[in-house]
Design a protein around this ligand. Structure first.
Ligand code: IPM
Ligand code: MG
Length: 358
């Protein structure tokens, strides 16, 4: 039966990078037997402009029915003044939350030929293969109460960092299962020396870890983890952490690989349905200029094929094609360091499509 993919291009460079990902899906359909239909739907700022909401009901409905969702990016200065509940980012956060996509996998892989693009010494990043498992539907992003209130003549902004045992347990289980297919090492990152929610996090992850005795479990405070990521990143296999720490650490991990334009992600829940997106933002400064790197979006297609469409061979094919174009020297501006060929968004997408058959 044909699988259904909903495309949510979003804002800024989102439509451009999703456009290249669609070329890749199209080539897999016409030449490699993929049976999938694609439908577009609005999200983020462009959805707000069209309908007055960053996540229109119709978009949510289409996503609920789909086997997989591919998203570009949301947000931009144009919508900065809008109230929080209607901001473009809320569209994405609501989608993650309503579909209960609690597990966000963010692999950071450093391609050998791209080590000059990293801000760290090639010796520190060559061969890096790290997976961040970020809790995605809880923590301070969603905790109540939240808001800005008046007290004693001044305004007070507040948010709540809250995690229940069951939320911690399910993300920990996911992390151990991911690690079991890798190098069997999990590092749980928290701030248990200061925060009660982190103390519960540490205890709970430790308890879950006893069900996975073949995996090594270590704990690290988030400040140290940030430092260790830039000091000796290859010490990590799987990092499991909460929503906000994961947001921050995954941007650090992205830069290790050379560019944030290289990192895909998968957001998964109980079902096989998933949301796939590059971890980069909407980059309004380069939008519409054929400058964006589409590889994170294309690598997100590989994750989509693997986790939601049960097409591991096609996923491998996409990943190999990306590795090949990097080997061939194709470089968008973000990863161009004087060698190889500087290409635009579209030319990079075309190169991947060509490399799919090799
Ligand atoms: C990410 C992004 C989002 C997040 C924003 C756009 C809401 O930074 O996916 O990392 O904070 O989760
Ligand atoms: Mg982020």
């Amino acid at each position: 039966m044909s699988k259904s993919i909903v495309l949510l291009p979003g804002d800024g460079i989102g439509p451009e990078v999703v456009g290249e990902a669609v070329k890749v899906i199209g080539a897999l359909k016409s030449r490699h037997g993929l049976d999938a239909e694609m439908r577009h739907a609005p999200i983020g700022g462009s959805a707000y402009d069209e309908t007055g909401e960053p996540l229109p009901e119709r978009t949510l409905e289409l996503c609920r029915e789909a086997d997989a969702i591919l998203l570009g990016a949301v947000g931009g200065r144009k919508w900065d003044a809008i109230d929080y509940p209607l901001r473009p980012e809320q569209g994405l956060l609501a989608l993650r939350s309503k579909l209960e996509l609690f597990a966000n996998l963010r692999p950071a892989i450093a391609y050998a030929r791209l080590s000059p693009a990293s801000s760290l010494h090639p010796r520190l990043v060559a061969g890096l293969d790290l997976m961040i498992v970020r809790e995605l539907t809880g923590g301070i992003y969603f905790g109540e109460p939240r808001g800005i209130r008046e007290e004693d003549g001044e305004r007070i902004g507040f948010n709540t960092l809250v995690y229940s045992e069951s939320e911690i347990e399910r993300i920990a289980r996911k992390a151990f299962k991911v690690a079991a297919k890798r190098r069997c090492r999990v590092c749980s990152v928290d701030k248990a020396n200061v925060l009660e929610s982190s103390r519960l996090w540490r205890e709970t992850v430790g308890r879950v870890g006893r069900d996975f005795m073949n995996c090594e479990l270590t704990h690290m405070y988030v400040d140290n983890a940030a430092m260790q990521l830039v000091r000796e990143p290859k010490q990590f296999d799987v990092i499991v952490t909460g929503n906000m720490f994961g947001d921050i650490l995954s941007d650090i991990a992205a830069q290790l690989t050379g560019s944030i334009g290289m990192l895909p992600s998968a957001s998964l829940g109980k079902r096989s349905q998933g949301l796939y997106e590059p971890i980069h933002g909407s980059a309004p400064d380069i939008a519409g200029q054929d400058k964006a790197n589409p590889l994170a979006a294309i690598l997100s297609v590989a994750m989509l094929l693997r986790h939601s469409l049960d097409e591991p061979d096609l996923a491998d094919r996409v990943q190999s094609a990306v590795a090949r174009v990097i080997e061939q020297g194709c470089r968008t501006s973000d990863i161009y360091r004087g060698d190889g060929k500087r290409v635009g968004t579209r030319e990079m997408g075309d190169a991947v499509v060509t490399a799919l058959v090799e």
